[in-house]
Structures are given as structure tokens and as C-alpha cells.
Design a protein around this ligand. Structure first.
Ligand SMILES: [Zn+2]
Length: 265
């Protein structure tokens, strides 16, 4: 019974997000799949954690002016499509599914779920809040000043935001599931570190391997394969390493580290 109420809630949030242009049509379906798997595996606690990630991302998501500026550089606009949803929420949904299939390993998979969502939240907060920084970002590898929105660009504000996002998810997860555990405050630090480290992996992969194109017309460096109506030219990175690929390395790294920690409780 309770499952059906939760699934109904997932459907309502997904349809609402579609109507408010937070999700594309395919993104809505991906969000429904992610939400339903999490409802089945982890119930209301899992959905609370997903809602904190999703709601805070939408909250920090920025206004129209920020979005149009971002659209010139990044591959995709403000509406999240299925690939973006699955890159952020797919590993967490799989962990929830594994809790459902293998309840005897529920501690490990729940821990992996938390690690993955902590990573996704750290990454999203770093991107969304970091882009509001007045400080000009620097490149994580070259340490040179670069334009906003470029992969591998970091600001101190973004780094602090990654830490805060991971901390929030970890704190709620511990309140939900592990508050009676001895040394809960230690686990809070461990999970916060997991989300933060996974976000660091994301930034390093983005900085070193992510594909960068250049528009032959206006000269803009971009993640888009077309710009100004013409195909853009690849200047660095691997063509399959787009933003979704980088994001999924982040959420998989979080899940992996979470699973390791989950065997140590
Ligand atoms: Zn152009």
C-alpha cells in the first residue's frame, strides 16, 4: 500500500517537473524509473534523500540569464534529458534496486546509494553555486584562470559548495538510517568525504579527458557539436567523454566508495 502512495508521489513530481521545464520528456521518464526503483528499494527514506538532491539542484539552478549564458558553452540547456537524469541518479537507482533484490546486503547497497547521491549533490552544488562566484575560476590542473562553465574550472566557492552538498546528504542519511550507530559523527565525516572525493574525480576527468569543441565561426570553446549553425571542431578530449560521461564517473565513484564503507559498519 505505502509503495503505491510513494510511486504516485514520484509520478506527480516528475510530471510537475516536466511542466515547469526542469525535465525534457525523456528526462521525465528517466526520473520516473529512478524514483520508482528508489521507492521500491529504500522506501520513503530513499525518496527523501532523492528529493533533497533534486530539489536543491533545481533551487540553485539559476535564473534565465544564467541559463542562456550556460547554453552557449555547455552541451545542453536548463531542461534535463534522460541521459543527464541517468548520469546523476542511475547508479543510486541501481543501488536501491540491489537493496530490493538482495536484502541480506542492504547495508552495503544503502551505503553505496548514499555515497552516490552525496557525489551527485556535491557535483551539482559545485557547478550551480560555483558559477555564481565573482571570482574568476581557475583550471584544476593548469591553475590558470579560465572562463566560467569550462570543464575543470573550479572556484573556492564551488569547492565549499561541494563540501556543503555532500555534508547535507550525509547528515540526512545518518539521521534516517544510522543514528543509533556508534560513532555516527565519524560516519558523517566519512560520507561527506566520499561525496567530496567523487566530485574531485569528476572535476579531474572533466579537466583531462572531456571533449572540447571550438566553433569555427565565432571561435567560442564549447561542449556542443554544432555552434552558430555549423559543426564545431574538436580541439581536445575524447569524443565519447561528454558531460554525462563525466557525471556518471562521479556518481559511480561515490557508489563504489560508499559500498566499501558499507562493508565496514
Ligand atoms: Zn559560434
Amino acid at each position: 500500500m505505502i509503495e503505491w502512495v510513494l510511486i504516485l508521489g514520484v509520478l506527480m513530481v516528475a510530471i510537475f517537473s516536466r511542466r515547469h521545464k526542469t525535465l525534457t520528456f525523456s528526462g521525465m521518464w528517466a526520473a520516473i524509473i529512478v524514483g520508482v526503483l528508489i521507492a521500491l528499494g529504500l522506501g520513503i527514506g530513499g525518496l527523501v534523500l532523492l528529493a533533497v538532491f533534486f530539489g536543491s539542484s533545481a533551487f540553485w539552478g539559476g535564473r534565465e540569464s544564467d541559463i542562456s549564458n550556460r547554453e552557449a558553452v555547455t552541451e545542453k540547456g536548463g531542461e534535463r534529458d534522460a541521459w543527464q537524469v541517468l548520469a546523476n541518479g542511475g547508479p543510486a537507482a541501481l543501488c536501491a534496486l540491489f537493496v530490493w533484490i538482495w536484502p541480506e546486503f542492504s547495508l552495503m547497497w544503502t551505503s553505496a546509494f548514499v555515497g552516490s547521491l552525496a557525489a551527485a549533490t556535491a557535483d551539482t552544488w559545485a557547478t550551480e553555486i560555483g558559477s555564481k562566484s565573482r571570482q574568476r575560476p581557475f583550471h584544476i590542473l593548469t591553475r590558470k584562470r579560465v572562463s566560467r562553465g569550462v570543464s575543470g574550472a573550479v572556484t573556492s566557492l564551488g569547492i565549499a559548495a561541494a563540501f556543503a552538498g555532500s555534508f547535507l546528504i550525509s547528515a540526512i542519511a545518518i539521521m534516517l538510517w544510522w543514528s543509533s550507530l556508534s560513532g555516527a559523527h565519524i560516519w558523517l565525516m566519512v560520507f561527506t568525504a566520499i561525496g567530496f572525493l567523487a566530485n574531485l574525480v569528476d572535476t579531474l576527468v572533466g579537466a583531462s579527458l572531456q571533449v572540447v569543441y571550438r566553433c569555427p565561426v565565432c571561435g567560442q570553446f564549447t561542449e556542443r557539436t554544432t555552434h552558430c549553425g555549423v559543426p564545431s571542431e574538436r580541439v581536445k578530449g575524447r569524443s565519447f567523454v561528454n558531460n554525462d560521461f563525466v557525471n556518471v564517473t562521479c556518481t559511480l565513484a561515490g557508489a563504489f566508495l560508499g559500498a566499501i564503507v558499507g562493508t565496514r559498519f
